[in-house]
Ligand binder design. Structure first.
Ligand code: ADP
Ligand code: ASP
Ligand code: MG
Length: 418
């Protein structure tokens, strides 16, 4: 058995006293700013929020698939781009979109300023490609807000303690937004995206999935760690540690989305499971006869994000993101251990705070898997999660069957608070 562990998050001390209530951080994902028309719509949404009396800070992602295109371009030029230069390149996508939104706001008659992560005071460690924010020096943002401007911050990036441009890992604009909300003392951080909120399963895989009205930080941590990519894991850690309430909602409607906040009794009563998540983006490694201390120290030196860890006799099985493959292999080679890897397994997780007080979740999970002929391997649990690996082709049928078995298409699954 193993548990997902979450790394501590650094203290974010506001550089100035927290701003007055009314500071709103609004983050827009790539689909929300994918073309000029959508950029103008985002601009009007920001203008509306400003005219309603808020101090508005917006964080934007790169347009559409721009980050993917920049990454591909790098690999077309070089088989192994230098991490520093890769960060320099891929941080550009967010600079483009935030400058464009600032221009569109000016056309609507308000004053706006776009800032790179570095200009916005986002200071990170020196790990390129998945840097961690160590400090937010928000004085420039405060100054701009004080002079009545809307502030646009390029997401997903910062400047390292060695003055290099860094990026925060894929999906990192979420973390930029939450870190700013914490540093500015904002009441809430709004995450605008291409779905209506956080669903009981990925709505692209399970069409009957329901939008949750609320989820606790702990549930969202587990969901984000296990494949619900609607929020980057680290952004949820930040939100929990700094008490920032998150509102995940659609860019394209005015409807309420999903609130992520402290657990309350109603979340536990309504439905014991909040969602079924999955990911196909992990590799599972088996290492023979290595000391666990040496193994995980070596992996940590290369900044590999290890997830599930299971020891079976003298063998250690662990999983790590596919995107950490090069670093993982380098670490294993340095260690000199015998190892093998497979990337034909996906991970499915059942998550829910209500699980703590309802027996029978494991029984229903495994009987459902048996009924669809899926063979679970490497089972791991936490108080609010059961996770296991399946062959790739078993993943989607299992997610759908579990979603049905736990009645997640029913209205109760939404946790409506009205
Ligand atoms: P953005 O570009 O706005 O940051 P992302 O693509 O990072 O958006 O995240 C939104 C996507 O997350 C959705 O389009 C959806 O397919 C996917 N997703 C996976 N699991 C879930 C879930 N449980 N609830 C909502 N969305 C999910
Ligand atoms: N543009 C970056 C990415 O595609 C960051 C983000 O969208 O949050 O990962
Ligand atoms: Mg995202």
């Amino acid at each position: 058995m193993s548990e997902t562990t979450f790394e501590p998050v650094p203290a974010v001390e506001p550089a100035e006293p927290p701003a007055a209530a009314g500071t709103l951080v609004m983050k827009f994902g790539g689909t929300s700013v994918a073309d000029p028309e959508k950029i103008r719509r985002v601009a009007s949404r920001l203008v509306e929020a400003k005219r309603a009396g808020n101090r508005v800070v917006a964080v934007v992602s790169a347009m559409g698939q721009h980050t993917d295109e920049l990454v591909s371009l790098a690999y077309e030029v070089s088989p192994q781009p230098k991490p520093r230069e890769l960060d320099m390149l891929i941080s550009v996508g967010e600079r483009i979109s935030c400058a464009l939104v600032a221009m569109a706001i000016a056309d609507l008659g308000l004053d706006a300023i776009s800032l790179t992560g570095s200009q916005a005071g986002i200071v990170t460690d020196t790990v390129h490609g998945k840097a961690k924010i160590v400090e937010v020096r928000a004085h420039r943002i405060h100054e701009a807000l004080d002079s009545d401007r809307i502030v646009l911050v390029a997401g997903f990036q910062g400047v390292s303690t060695e003055y290099d441009i860094t990026t925060l890992g894929r999906g990192g604009s979420d973390t930029t937004a939450v870190a700013l909300a914490a540093a500015l003392g904002a009441d809430a951080c709004e995450i605008y995206t291409d779905v209506d909120g956080v669903f009981t399963a990925d709505p692209r895989v399970v069409p009957g999935a329901r939008k949750l009205h609320a989820a606790s930080y702990e549930e969202m941590l587990e969901m984000a760690a296990s494949g619900a990519k609607v929020l980057q894991l680290r952004s949820v850690e930040f939100a929990r540690n700094h008490g920032v309430r998150l509102h995940v909602r659609s860019t394209f409607t005015d409807e309420e989305g999903t609130w992520i906040r402290e657990e309350d009794a109603r979340m536990l009563e309504k439905a014991m499971i909040s969602g079924v998540t999955h990911t196909l983006e992990e590799a599972v490694y088996t290492v023979a006869e290595a000391s666990p201390a040496d193994l995980f120290e070596t992996l940590a030196e290369d900044s590999v994000n290890v997830d599930t860890i299971i020891q079976i006799g003298s063998e250690i099985v662990f999983s790590a993101p596919l995107e950490d493959r090069t670093e993982t292999v380098a670490a294993l080679e340095r260690l000199g251990a015998r190892w093998s890897a497979r990337d034909d397994l996906g991970k499915v997780s059942i998550v829910g705070a209500g699980m703590k007080s309802h027996p029978g979740v494991a029984a229903l999970t495994f009987s459902t898997l048996r009924d669809v002929g899926a063979e679970p391997r490497y089972v791991s649990t936490s108080p609010i999660k059961i996770a296991f690996y399946l062959a790739h082709d078993e993943v989607e049928p299992a997610v759908k069957a579990l979603h049905d078995a736990f009645d997640l298409a029913s209205p109760e699954a939404e946790r409506q608070h009205a």
